[in-house]
Design a protein around this ligand. Sequence first.
Ligand code: CA
Length: 227
Amino acid sequence: MSKRILVIEDEERIAQLLKRGLIYEGYRVDVAYDGHAGLQLAREQPPDLVILDWMLPGLDGLEVCRRLRAAGDVPILMLTAKDEVQDRVQGLDTGADDYLVKPFEFDELLARIRALFRRAQPHSEPEVLRFADLELDTGTHRARRGERYIDLTAKEYELLELFMRNPRRVLTRETIFDRVWGYDFGGESNIIEVYVRYLRQKTEENGEPRLLHTVRGVGYVLREPDA
Ligand code: CA
């Protein structure tokens, strides 16, 4: 389910620009043009994140921020045309999680949003997942095959974690796309094959038997080596 973002911004041009851009990035977006409408929308359709303009008619952004914060812990990203440190500190004091000074680059906004979502994730205790002689530490993101430590890139880690949490279960390409990349490649991409190859290279570097098997026409499965 894609994340819902509530944009509270009275400048219609900016609001629509944000809406279009965020929808394009796969978010669901609601827009309110003043503070009262924003608070009402937040109650009716609880958002996963709020982008909140500081200068709003009527109820200003700081007050909206205070009230949102009093109601829950949704991440709040403040937009401000002001560039004074004092104001920023005040914004963070009222409970905003981050702020961005207008005008800003859309890519910068996306990066901040992703960072807020990462921080908002309930962090579970690190654990060590085990399958056969393969281990994966969810705290350090490092793997181990027997006595040999294996460094993984972020995507390799996510892919391996998915398999380690679903041992002996055949995962379809669709499931893998959805869980690791978060969107649909339309089945044309060979990116899964590429990453499976990376993982095999790393986990079989010393000639260890294969654990990550291809299920032709379907997907992949983590299971014991073939006898
Ligand atoms: Ca404004």
